[in-house]
Design a protein around this ligand. Sequence first.
Ligand code: PMP
Length: 404
Amino acid sequence: MAFDVEAVRAEFPILQRQVNGHPLVYLDSAASAQKPQAVISAMSRAMETSYANVHRGLHTLANETTEAFEQARASVARFIGAETDEVVFTKGATEAINLVAAGVGARLQAGDEILLTQMEHHANIVPWHFLRERLGVVLRFAPVTDTGELDLAAMGEMIGPRTRVVAFSHMSNVLGTINPAAEIIAMAKAAGALTLVDGCQAVVHQMVDVKALDANFYVFSGHKLYGPTGIGVLYGKRERLEELPPYQGGGEMIATVTEDAITYADSPHRFEAGTPAIIEAIGLGAAIEWLNGLDRPAIAAHESALYARVLDQLSGANWLRVIGEAPGKGAILSFTMEGAHAHDVAQILDRYGVAVRAGAHCAEPLMRRFGVTSSARASFGLYNTEAEADAFAAALFKTQTFFG
Ligand code: PMP
């Protein structure tokens, strides 16, 4: 299977639009990706033709919607190599991590350690800080090297007899670094620690097999995977999910309720209190099935080539500092421009139709590690073209003239 970027691009209606008189160059896919027509249509088709609440109906529409919702779960499971009942739908990666942290926290004591890394998104820091505040658990952060790699030797030494959880991102949303997840999981497992992998970025750009990784928990959001917002995934190994207490209480997650007792439904439903994001789950299923029809290794190669092309064009720019140069990294370019605030860089690029993100990227410890308060970030998706890479590099040179 080959990858035809122009054909794929044509499936994204929004990419036709102009911004400030220029064709849109969307380089913010790491924050949220645009949606192909297949996803948009699947969601509107569901609302137009067969919609009702799931799981509790005896009528046709309820049964059809339940079937579509559960098929989406099956698509997710196949996509990451999990069993269907190991896939919990959440609001997003953030909710998935909060769910695990709250559940695991119920068994932790003061002095227990959670090992994170300096390159975590706040979504994989703050829920663990709650446990520090409430229980006195100790957070430790594995260091990141100057090139933006995890210092694995140091990380290994930080895993000790009090380590209860090792939680880390599979791919950094700032550096683009792809971490050796299987190796880290093996180290954690040898010490008897639970593992949680934040796969928000990785799952978009590479094939993920949670069983091969041997992760206890793996989380991601739908909206970065060309799917809708409001839906995310918590994968948990069946026996790990079974030992987690429920996160929220309400309908759908119970087996029985009396005035003085409750019993819970089995997972995954035990973790899905209330009416779930039905249409969004269907949209995520459609995004995954759409991606399954593409040559994903070819897409990864395409994105890497765009990244290399931009770097090459910027190679003479001595006013540019690239943050994150790990070998084999993904197509995320974080940078600072001498004399300019990242917000100004992003706003001027926008005048040329180029959309990039700027700020701390919800990764303040990482920013501090690199001695900056913010950076600009261009992140590539499968729909970006060589012409767009060139337009971005050219717009960056023009932007620099405002500050040079
Ligand atoms: N982790 C990483 C690595 C991310 O990039 C993001 C989104 N920026 C998140 C977690 C949080 O995802 P969400 O906001 O969709 O819950």
